[in-house]
Design a protein around this ligand. Structure first.
Ligand SMILES: Nc1ncnc2c1ncn2[C@@H]1O[C@H](COP(=O)(O)OP(=O)(O)O)[C@@H](O)[C@H]1O
Ligand SMILES: [Mg+2]
Length: 256
């Protein structure tokens, strides 16, 4: 297999400005199939902007994002989701008035049917297989006991896990996660790391934006470091850890 064949996401020459601010400057990234690729960097480095460009929430000023042979640039977030890219945002995006189980069923129906239309004449109980799968995914994430609770009342950490469940039921080829453990207590963080490791063993490709070094070094196969909108280092975790440029930019000289 040639190298180009197993590149799932290819970000090439991406620039993005906000007014006078160069948020992304000539970004080039290749994400390999099956890998967990972490993007790290200080606050304001451009990490979320990068992810938003990949999922169609922001249009780059120039450059392209390819998902296999499919150009993502110019596509809507919905279209990008339909081709097999799912994402967990920094702020959980769930349906607070629905139960956890209903929250997981909605994206599964949207994926299967193209969109989700509420049909009062077809009760959800008719979707037996789908409900079983949704229950299975919730169980996988340790949320099964809460499945009939209204999701508004969940803790922030649980909401983030629910959002992950809503992604997993879509069986995406590529999963993008923006700080999946932000706002979680340490035991919740460790639990999320275990879940993400399990997903990895199923071969799903992941891009993970993360602040928490414990999470990054527990999960990443490859790390790209962003600082002030540019990639300043890229490589295996051990190479990046020892890179003085990274230590200076990211930690003000402290050791990783
Ligand atoms: N919608 C926006 N409008 C204007 N400036 C923005 C917008 N989004 C992000 N920025 C700016 O772009 C820079 C990168 O932001 P962001 O991608 O959120 O960084 P990170 O996720 O690495 O913390 C920051 O200086 C931020 O203030
Ligand atoms: Mg961010």
């Amino acid at each position: 297999m040639s190298e180009s064949e197993n590149i799932v996401l290819n970000v090439s020459g991406v620039n993005k400005t906000f007014g006078g601010l160069q948020a992304l400057s000539d970004i080039n990234l290749k994400i390999k199939e099956g890998e967990t690729h972490a993007i790290i960097g200080p606050n304001g480095a451009g990490k979320s902007t990068m992810l938003n460009v990949c999922v169609g929430r922001l249009v780059p000023d120039s450059g392209s994002v390819m998902f296999g042979d499919v150009p993502l640039t110019g596509k809507t977030p919905y279209e990008i989701n339909q081709v097999g890219v799912a994402r967990v945002f920094q702020t959980p995006e769930i349906f607070p008035e629905l139960t956890l189980l209903q929250n997981v069923i909605v994206p599964a129906l949207a994926k299967r049917d193209g969109n989700f239309k509420f049909n009062a004449f077809k009760p959800l109980s008719a979707e037996k297989e789908l409900i079983e799968e949704a229950e299975h995914v919730l169980e996988d994430l340790g949320l099964e006991d809460q499945r009939h609770d209204i999701s508004a009342s969940m803790s922030r950490g649980d909401k983030r896990r629910l959002e992950l469940a809503m992604c997993l039921i879509q069986h995406p080829k590529l999963l993008l996660l923006d700080e999946p453990t932000a706002g979680m207590a340490r035991h919740d963080t460790n639990r999320t790391i275990e879940i993400l490791k399990r997903i990895k063993s199923r071969g799903m490709t992941k891009v993970i934006i993360e602040h928490d070094m414990h999470v990054v070094f527990s999960l990443a196969d490859h790390i790209s470091v962003l600082a002030q909108g540019a990639i300043i280092a890229d490589g295996k975790p051990d190479d990046v850890r020892g890179n003085p440029k990274v230590q200076e930019a990211y930690l003000g000289g402290a050791h990783l």
